[in-house]
Design a protein around this ligand. Structure first.
Ligand code: NI
Length: 176
């Protein structure tokens, strides 16, 4: 498979609600492979199918044990198809986010601290996890892509949104 072009904020597909996956077939496997190649080439922590131009409810994410982010617990490599998120409790916390579709920028985004997510892997095996912290943040960020939402739309105070190199003193380190 191949590294694909990543759509940037402003391109209409990123604002659309993506379509549910109905067959877990070779086409889905090829899509996941392209997403995987693209995420790794750009050293992202996650990517959603619309970001490579495919309107399908598929996201992938992973955070390896990384000395650059020692405060973050690793997130296992996950392919998540047709995800459903249920927040657990009202508690939200703010954290800095970036996005491969909003290159060079960071924003402070509130997310639910704990949630349950369900969905399927690429072989249609069910996934059902309860997570918190950065893992919960990544899932919310990626699933937002499937509903046409990019992280800048979640920033509460636009003073906390800007170019990564200009915000450098304010940022807690956070992967894309
Ligand atoms: Ni993103």
């Amino acid at each position: 498979m191949a590294v694909q072009r990543v759509l940037k904020m402003g391109e209409p597909l990123l604002r659309q609600v993506a379509s549910p996956v109905t067959s877990f077939d070779a086409e889905l496997a090829a899509l996941v492979s392209d997403m995987d190649d693209t995420m790794r080439a750009l050293t992202g922590a996650g990517i959603a199918a619309p970001q490579i131009g495919v309107s399908a409810r598929v996201v992938i994410f992973e955070l390896k044990d990384n000395p650059r982010y020692p405060h973050l617990a690793p997130v296992p490599y996950t392919v998540l198809v047709n995800p459903v998120i249920t927040p657990l409790g009202e508690e939200q916390e703010e954290g800095w986010e970036g996005c491969l579709s909003v290159p060079g920028m960071r924003g402070l985004v509130p997310r639910f601290r704990r949630l349950r997510y369900r969905g399927f892997d690429a072989q249609r095996a069910p996934i059902d996890r309860t997570v918190e912290g950065f893992h919960a943040r990544v899932v919310q960020h990626e699933v937002d892509h499937l509903d046409g939402i990019l992280f800048p739309q979640r920033v509460r105070d636009l003073r906390n949104f800007g170019f990564e190199d200009a915000l450098i003193d304010q940022l807690t380190p956070m992967p894309d």
